[in-house]
Design a protein around this ligand. Structure first.
Ligand code: PLP
Length: 378
């Protein structure tokens, strides 16, 4: 139960084990046509959604290098490890970065974006780059509001990392008028790592005409051109596309609303259950990510705690990153996760605390009762 790679359904595993086919064949083109349509459904967009062989970072980097030019001014939201990464990528490509920071565990403040954008009368800011669900802390940022301020600015593009929000909660790309949305296969998509996705708005394509940053493999114009014939510029990870086709069909069968509700219930079950176990949440409770819950362990070493859960219950939890190592552990509830997984992880956490004499048997029982209550909610 880490936030990626996430569990892979049996049907998807079977699709992966097929013999590869030629990527220029009609059979493969049909597959690209079907996955592209379903990706648009998942993103709730009429925009093109391109598939890149590469991890989520490839899609984010592609968004930046295809639409911006050396020296461009951008705002980067930074309230965790992944926000920090986008600052690094932007600086690596010679962009001038204005940082909007927030303490790890707290959300970005949309009003800070608004102020900087309103003050930019010369329209020098070319993009706002941010992470929707900050996996390192379990915080979800208020993308809808921030995006509304970007639209008022009228020049800046939104470049958004939706790697752990897409397929977990509502990301209506067209309704929120998001320009560039990046995600990766090993998350809500329920398939192994190796593919990433990028949705590009018409405004993003216009910006692509003027971008002068170097690119070859990640030049999205090549992907766009190939997509006209349901093809790829280079050899794609064919078997991952088989898997994608299967997983998107599963998602369509479940339906967007049900997928979002499942993630919401799991978030509420985990976050409320751990509170009955004398554990504290790391993230601001009003902004909990639907995909991952970060939990403080107080005087207990979170790494030892994680190890014990792995050894005794065969459940892998994620640790804290950077300065949070040893301080928190993170429960991933993203993708192919069901109620049984949640009950099991709560039991494993409770039993480990019980063994350490940190809680009573009654508290362990209460945690399960609380989790079950949220799981049953309609
Ligand atoms: C929010 C977020 N952004 C970006 C990434 C990077 O994705 P990848 O490792 O697929 O390049 C991750 C991976 O965990 C993530 O959680």
């Amino acid at each position: 139960m880490i936030p990626g790679p996430t569990p892979v359904p049996e049907k998807v595993l079977q699709a992966l084990s097929r013999h590869p086919i030629g990527h220029r064949s009609k059979e493969f083109q049909d597959l690209v046509e079907s996955t592209t349509k379903n990706l648009q459904w998942l993103h709730q967009t009429q925009n093109e959604v391109l598939t890149i062989t590469g991890s989520g970072t490839a899609a984010m980097e592609a968004g930046i290098i295809n639409t911006l030019s050396r020296g461009d001014k951008v705002i980067c939201g930074e309230n965790g490890k992944f926000g920090e990464r986008w600052v690094k990528v932007a600086e690596e490509f010679g962009l001038e970065v204005i940082k909007v920071n927030s303490k790890w565990g707290t959300p970005l403040n949309p009003e800070e974006f608004k102020k900087i954008l309103e003050e930019d009368q010369q329209k020098e800011i070319k993009a706002v780059i941010l992470t929707h669900s900050e996996t390192s802390t379990g915080v979800i940022n208020d993308l809808e509001t921030i995006s509304s301020y970007i639209r008022k600015h009228n020049t800046a593009l939104s470049i958004v990392d939706c790697v752990t929000s897409l397929g977990a909660c509502n990301v209506p790309v067209d309704e929120w008028k998001l320009d560039i949305v990046a995600s990766g296969s090993q998350k809500g998509y329920m398939i192994p790592p190796g593919l990433s996705f990028i949705a590009m708005s018409p405004k993003a394509w216009i910006a692509a005409e003027n971008s002068n940053l170097p690119k070859f493999y990640l030049n999205l114009k090549s992907y766009r051109k190939s997509l006209l014939s349901n093809s790829n510029p280079y050899t794609p990870a064919v078997n991952l596309v088989f898997a994608l086709d299967e997983s998107l069909k599963m998602m369509r069968d479940e339906g967007l609303e049900n997928i979002f509700l499942r993630h919401k219930k799991h978030k509420l079950a985990v976050s409320n259950a751990v509170k009955t176990l004398n554990l504290q949440l790391f993230a601001d409770e009003k902004y909990l990510s639907p995909s991952i819950t970060a939990i403080k362990t107080g005087e207990l070493d979170a790494e030892e705690f994680r190890k014990s859960i792995k050894n005794n219950y065969d459940i892998l939890l994620a640790g804290g990153q950077d300065h949070l190592k040893g301080e928190i552990f993170r429960v991933g509830h993203l993708g192919y996760i069901n109620d049984r997984d949640i009950i099991t992880v709560i039991s494993a956490i409770s039993n480990t605390l019980l063994d350490l004499e940190k809680i009573t048997a009654q508290q362990a029982g209460e945690a399960l009762e609380v989790a079950t209550k949220y799981l049953k909610e309609k």
